[in-house]
Design a protein around this ligand. Structure first.
Ligand code: G3H
Length: 253
């Protein structure tokens, strides 16, 4: 690989799969998965399925992630799940700041930083999702948007905390649209982002996994993952089909 960074192929099931379908999908992923020194495999499932899927993943190398959680340890937060509750289910990763949460559920930079910080405190690796809208891209402010999303978290936890975290760059215009950023477009952003992070801390920037997300699928994964600064994928739609998801993993490993 050359970069020294292990790849991460992460599925984000979003709000999909009822119980039986979730178990079937997770079982297929386990069945088709093969250990690799080059790439980790992760599924981020709806919280209601965590207990079932935790059992299903036991004795496999597939890692378990959650899609969201509240930062408070406990309290009067009707409907919420705390990060510390996730720990009981051996959740290893937490998505924070996904654009769907930022846009539809009021996840401000401050809330995202709260969640990121709470994940780290509970020994869970946060995956900080960042991305620009089509309008922002057309205005030429992509990097400014991404920097400010990351800086809000750096201001809270410090750059060193990114040693135990990952970033997922997901251009909003490419999510669920079938329009993928070209490998060159994605690489350009990843490279610029890593370069900017290096101005904070070179070693952290060199070691940080920066994933690409946005209509990654079995057909385009190879060219995206061939880019030197793309260290994996955060995959929505294609992670709901075990065969497609595992094709992406096989490219990465
Ligand atoms: O978290 C995953 C991303 O939102 C990408 O979703 P997608 O692969 O369905 O475009």
């Amino acid at each position: 690989m050359g970069t020294g960074r292990k790849r991460l192929i992460a599925g984000n099931w979003k709000m999909n799969c009822q119980r039986a379908a979730a178990l079937e999908l997770a079982s297929s992923v386990v069945e088709l998965s093969q250990a690799s020194e080059n790439a980790d495999l992760l599924i981020c499932v709806p919280s209601i399925h965590l207990a079932d899927i935790e059992k299903c993943l036991q004795d496999s190398q597939v890692k378990l992630g959650a899609q969201d959680a509240h930062w408070a340890e406990s309290g009067a937060y009707t409907g919420e799940t705390s990060v510390s509750m996730l720990e009981d289910y051996r959740v290893q990763y937490l998505l924070v700041g996904h654009s769907e949460r930022r846009e539809m559920f009021g996840d401000s930079d401050e809330r995202v930083a709260n969640k990121f910080e709470a994940a780290l405190k509970n020994g869970i690796k946060p995956i900080l999702c960042i991305g620009e809208s089509l309008e922002q891209r057309e205005q030429g402010v992509t990097l400014d948007v991404l920097k400010s999303q990351v800086q809000a978290v750096i201001d809270r936890v410090g750059i060193k905390a990114f040693e135990n975290a990952a970033i997922a760059y997901e251009p909003i215009w490419a999510i669920g649209t079938g329009v993928t950023a070209t490998p060159e477009q994605a690489q350009e952003v990843h490279e610029q982002l890593r370069h900017w992070l290096a101005t904070h801390d070179q070693a952290i920037a060199d070691g940080l996994q920066i994933l690409y997300g946005g209509s990654m699928n079995a057909a385009n994964a190879e060219t995206l993952l061939a880019q030197p600064d793309i260290d994996g994928g955060l995959i929505g739609g294609a992670s709901l089909k075990a065969d497609d998801f595992m094709k992406i993993y096989s490219v990465a490993r």
